[in-house]
Design a protein around this ligand. Structure first.
Ligand SMILES: Nc1ncnc2c1ncn2[C@@H]1O[C@H](COP(=O)(O)OP(=O)(O)OP(=O)(O)O)[C@@H](O)[C@H]1O
Ligand SMILES: Nc1nc2c(c(=O)[nH]1)N[C@H]1C(S)=C(S)[C@@H](COP(=O)(O)O)O[C@H]1N2
Length: 167
């Protein structure tokens, strides 16, 4: 059956891009999305280069018209971590609640959750969400937001009008 949402996944990792470490986080996101109502149409691996990240995000939103773009990696304190800056640069509207929810849930697991600077924004009809880099963090953060994403994507795409008080 055709999936409802078109999703793209970008891994930001200098090591994986250089072939020094297998990217496990991008494929994990794809697997988690595909157990739900998402088709992952693009899976991309990039180094932590802000300009490249911005170009890629714009292309996925403006040309490919993805409903959802999930990034993994580059949200920490390392000097080359620029994913939030690139995301904010292309975003038209901020969605702070998604990052707030992920950090709140993750803080129940590890105090290091506060070290992720990840953000979430809307550009045109696409929602972009930054996830941290490790597969463990990806699993925990994505599990936290997945139950609410579909409703937001429905409103963004115009296929769902009202915001009812569903649990
Ligand atoms: N894409 C990934 N695939 C598998 N493991 C990852 C990935 N990204 C991060 N990790 C794991 O999470 C740990 C911490 O993530 P962090 O983003 O600091 O990695 P890093 O190796 O410094 O990043 P980079 O690849 O950009 O140099 C890494 O040491 C690695 O074990
Ligand atoms: N749920 C959850 N969130 C997490 C973690 C984790 O293990 N679980 N790791 C944290 C750590 S150690 C860091 S440094 C930040 C940033 O990760 P990044 O630099 O790989 O993007 O995410 C944090 N968020």
């Amino acid at each position: 059956m055709e999936k409802k949402w078109k999703a793209a996944v970008i891994t930001l990792s200098d090591k994986s891009y250089a072939g020094e470490r297998e990217d496990k986080s991008g494929p994990l996101i794809k697997e988690m999305l595909e157990t739900e109502d998402y088709e992952v149409t693009e899976q991309i691996l990039l180094p932590d280069e802000q300009e490249e990240i911005e170009k890629c995000l714009c292309k996925l939103c403006d040309e490919k018209r993805a409903d959802l773009v999930l990034t993994t990696g580059g949200t920490g304190f390392s000097m080359r971590d620029r994913t939030p800056e690139a995301t904010l640069a292309v975003g038209e509207r901020q969605v702070p609640g998604i990052a707030e929810a992920m950090r709140a849930a993750s803080l129940q697991i590890t105090p290091r959750a506060m070290l992720s600077r990840g953000v979430s924004v809307i550009r045109k009809r696409t929602l972009i969400v930054n996830l941290p880099g490790s597969p463990k963090a990806v699993r925990e953060n994505l599990a936290c937001i997945l139950p609410a994403l579909g409703h937001g994507l429905g409103i963004l795409s115009g296929s769902e009008g009202e915001c009812g008080n569903h649990v």
